[in-house]
Design a protein around this ligand. Structure first.
Ligand SMILES: [Zn+2]
Length: 439
């Protein structure tokens, strides 16, 4: 009886879930940090063009606010807005001790990452799949005691630009799929972000780096072929945020808080400033109104909000880690504390409505339509898409499969009906109980 029921369940599942081929589908999520949606418009990118022809290209995608690396990558891995997943900044900080840790060191602060929301690696593993990660933000941490089954964290002072290392890392990840039979891997490249910061998004250096990214995409796809993974490996390539040119050298009036009349650092207990166009302040007891009214309206390109008054659309308020006053600047500007200390020609961290903050999105593989261009969608929706491809039940998240399922070749999607694991489980129970009628 049980044996027959199980066979029946398998049969029903495979008909309704309609995988393109019998083997379970695998998925590689790749992020090229800071790859703006339009970076392929002024550079020859034959490999990205071919990928679009062989798969799906979105016009652009919208990252969550705050548009910086660790928070937006954790949204890709969890499908949650930043106020909900709690990785609110690249920097870990403690307002009592006033300690701060930069991006790389924060990768190793477990409690910063492991605060209630599970990344897809852990969810996949709990449901019987094998997951891995190479250099992706969040890889170093454990989550409720679990880590990605196969993982590699880059050493400190890693050279994110080295093309030879990019190839080695690609070979390594393909080996994980081929020889360790992983189902899901996330893989991170630190460019073209570094070059965009240093030289600006319109520079020849950035264009050269986009050519390197394009060669990497070609290498990755060749490597998929060489490892005979083409028929069951899907690839999603996207990024965490874009990049915008910073105005300097007397072109604009810089935003420097210490120069604002009525504002004094002696009223502030803790601050996160000099981090591109965003900032947060914790005023001393009873000084909130004083600090707020000094800053509000002080500079035409500086936005000043009490946390509880933050525009709802930014979804950057409802978390204890967010400080009582949130600041952000318009494109072209950065926020300085005592005096200008930031000299990047490109920055991100701006309003996620700004087109310069939008990343690119490409996908290819057996789950995806070919030669399909789709409109923009929010990156919270990548997570439910990935869970669907892997056939796993997602955790609670802020995304919707409806936003992305038109990219997929599935009979259930074309019928406008999603068969999820819960329904499959119901079918399973029904089959075992013997009351399911199969047509
Ligand atoms: Zn980034």
């Amino acid at each position: 009886m049980m044996w027959t029921a199980s066979l029946c369940l398998l049969g029903v599942s495979s008909i309704l879930s309609a995988p393109v081929n019998k083997q379970r589908q695998k998925l590689l999520l790749i992020s090229f940090d800071g790859f703006r949606w339009d970076y392929d418009r002024d550079v020859d990118t034959p490999n990205l063009d071919k990928m679009a022809k062989d798969g799906v290209k979105a016009l652009y995608v919208t990252p969550p606010y705050l548009t910086i690396t660790s928070p937006t990558h954790f949204t890709l891995l969890t499908g949650r807005y930043i106020e909900n997943h709690g990785v609110i900044h690249n920097m870990w900080f403690n307002t009592t001790t006033k300690a701060k840790k930069p991006y790389y060191q924060t990768q190793f602060v477990n409690e910063w990452w492991d605060n209630g929301t599970l990344p897809i690696w852990i969810t996949a593993q709990r449901q019987g799949l094998k997951a891995g990660s190479l250099h992706f933000p969040g890889t170093a941490s454990s989550y409720q005691g679990q880590v990605a089954m196969v993982r590699e964290v880059e050493p400190s002072l890693y050279n994110y630009k080295n093309e030879t290392l990019w190839k080695k890392n690609t070979d390594k990840v393909m080996g994980w799929f081929k020889h360790e039979d992983l189902d899901f891997v996330s893989m991170y490249f630190g460019e073209p972000d570094g070059t965009g910061h240093k030289y600006g998004p319109d520079s020849p250096e950035r264009k050269k780096m986009v050519e390197q990214v394009d060669r990497a995409v070609g290498y990755i796809r060749e490597s998929v072929e060489l490892h005979s993974l083409t028929d069951h490996l899907n690839i999603i390539i996207t990024a965490d945020h874009g990049m915008s040119t910073v105005y300097r050298n007397g072109l604009v009036e810089e935003i420097t808080l210490n120069k604002i009349p009525g504002f004094s650092f002696s009223d502030v207990a803790f601050h996160l400033l000099d981090y591109g166009p965003s900032g947060m302040l914790l005023p001393k007891p009873d000084r909130l109104e004083k600090v707020y009214s000094a800053l509000k309206g002080a500079h035409p390109h500086l936005h000043v909000y009490k946390k509880e008054d933050m525009p709802e659309r930014l979804r950057f308020a409802k978390n204890d880690r967010i400080l009582p006053i949130v600041l952000w600047a318009d494109p072209g500007y950065v926020i300085n504390g005592y005096f200008p200390v930031q000299f990047n020609k490109g920055e991100h961290g701006y309003d996620n409505d700004d087109m310069d903050m939008k990343p690119f999105f490409r996908a290819v593989g057996p789950a995806f339509h070919k030669n399909l261009e789709v409109g923009p969608f929010e990156t919270v929706n990548v997570y439910p898409l990935m869970c669907h491809i892997l056939g796993i039940q997602p955790e609670v998240n802020d995304g919707h499969l409806n936003a992305t399922k038109h990219m997929l070749i599935t009979s259930n999607a074309s019928q406008g009906k999603k068969i999820n694991l819960a329904e499959n489980a119901f079918i399973g129970i029904a089959a075992i109980a013997g009351f399911l009628v199969v047509q």
